[in-house]
Design a binder for this molecule. Structure first.
Ligand code: CMC
Length: 391
């Protein structure tokens, strides 16, 4: 392969050193700063995990309170930002709105963001984590034609997000603790996942010294694809399309057919060749939430049956294809009341923590240079220009 290592899709290239997240794909292990994901999901909170990812250690009680207060202080968005929404069609995909509005934030915080100053990087990080729920909830409100709801800082990070999404001025809305707890868990499960496509995009964009708000918008664009964060929306749409348990074999057969581009959405992973540890927690949470809310969704039965059939099918066994984080999340989000188009937005909201933590780590790393992959040229060799009337 000549002068350069040819590695399409970066299946064997480490682009950086990182102390944030460890994955052992063969064993199905995921650790954030050393802590197992299931322990964090069951016992911690999204604010605490955010602190852990950004600062490296779990906070003391006082540190967590101070951090939460700081994030809370930044939850409002500039009133001028609300006008961006009105430029979109009401039926625009909310991920398109997220790309646009988060990108627009770079214009609001451009001159004030010196990325070489650690304090300014910290403020930009806090702003992004704080404003993402507000921006996401506004995207939802715009799509359903309801008025924007301003943030409320007496609520938790996740409670405030649910309130901005589901409350209306006409009546009192109280956040259901079961829903708040499940949502917080989902945020934790999506907070970071080392050098996935969107995180690598944020790092690559950031490596040129670009504005952090613009870099996060780039990450959102990458996350949207159905092979990445868009899979949660695609997975639920697929389960609804299958509809009943008796139709599963037809879809399994399609997934195995080389001539059919169809894939089981929410299945398979570049790194996990074992059960995705996040999917385990997600399945358990789906069970709890549906039971506690008294929701019966036939889709959950379809999902569990599909999983069983796939896990016992030689095709999926040989290729080591297991359910990933996106397989069960949609069932919970749907029970909470989110339309499928919002699923990837929720992923983006939570992953923003990982993106900014990784971005900070990259900027602080003296070994990091501008990201500039090389290529293996396959085009024509040098030739002379021919005027158009001679061609
Ligand atoms: N259904 C059927 N076959 C599959 C699937 C699937 N979901 N996933 C992979 N395969 C097959 C694929 O056809 C290939 O077969 P062969 O070697 O015979 O050509 C083999 O398994 C390896 O697949 P690959 O596409 O070469 O592997 P990859 O590491 O490039 O892709 C993936 C990983 C996640 C993009 C892929 O598994 C996929 O498309 N899954 C469905 C989408 C999905 O659920 N994405 C979410 C990922 S989890 C986190 C996140 O949201 O980002």
């Amino acid at each position: 392969t000549g002068m350069f290592t040819y590695d399409p899709g970066f299946t064997s290239t480490a682009s950086c050193e990182s102390g944030l997240t460890y994955i052992d794909g063969d064993e199905g292990i995921l650790l954030h700063r050393g802590y197992p994901i299931d322990q964090l999901a069951e016992q911690s909170s999204f604010m605490e995990v955010s602190y852990l990812l950004l600062r490296g250690e779990l906070p003391s009680k006082a540190e967590l309170e101070e951090f939460t207060r700081t994030i809370t202080r930044h939850t409002m968005v500039h009133e001028q930002l609300t006008t961006f929404y009105r430029g979109f069609r009401r039926d625009a995909h909310p991920m398109a709105i997220m790309c646009g509005v988060v990108g627009a934030l770079s214009a609001f915080y451009h001159d004030s963001t010196d990325i070489n100053d650690p304090m300014q990087r910290r403020i930009a990080s806090h702003r992004l984590i704080a404003k993402m729920p507000t921006i996401a909830a506004m995207a939802y409100k715009y799509s359903v034609g309801q008025p924007f709801v301003y943030p409320r800082n007496d609520l938790s990070y996740t409670g405030n997000f649910l309130n901005m999404t589901f409350s209306v001025p006409a009546e009192e809305y109280v956040v259901d603790p079961v829903i708040e707890d499940a949502m917080d868990k989902i945020f934790i499960l999506h907070a970071d996942h080392e050098q996935n496509a969107s995180t690598s995009t944020v790092r690559l964009a950031g490596s040129s010294g670009a504005n952090p708000f613009a870099c996060i918008a780039a990450g959102i664009a990458c996350l949207w694809g159905p092979a990445h964060g868009g899979a949660n929306e695609a997975a639920l749409n697929m389960l609804r399309e299958i509809g009943t348990v008796d139709r599963i074999p037809e879809y399994i057969a399609r997934a195995k057919n080389k001539d059919d581009p169809f894939r089981l959405m929410g299945f398979g992973h570049r790194v996990y060749k074992n059960y995705d540890p996040r999917a385990k927690v997600m399945q358990k949470t789906a069970n709890e939430v549906l039971t506690k809310l008294g929701v019966t969704d036939p889709i959950f039965d379809v999902a569990r049956e599909l999983e069983q059939i796939a896990l016992n099918d030689p095709y999926f066994v040989e290729k080591k294809l297991y359910p990933n984080v996106d397989f069960y999340s949609g069932i919970i989000l749907s029970a909470i009341g989110f339309p499928t188009e919002m699923f990837t937005v929720l992923f983006a909201l939570a992953r923003t923590v990982g993106w900014v933590a990784q971005w900070n780590e990259m900027i602080s790393d003296p070994a990091q240079k501008i990201g500039r992959p090389r290529q293996l040229y396959t085009g024509p060799t040098q030739r002379d220009y021919v005027p158009v009337d001679k061609r």
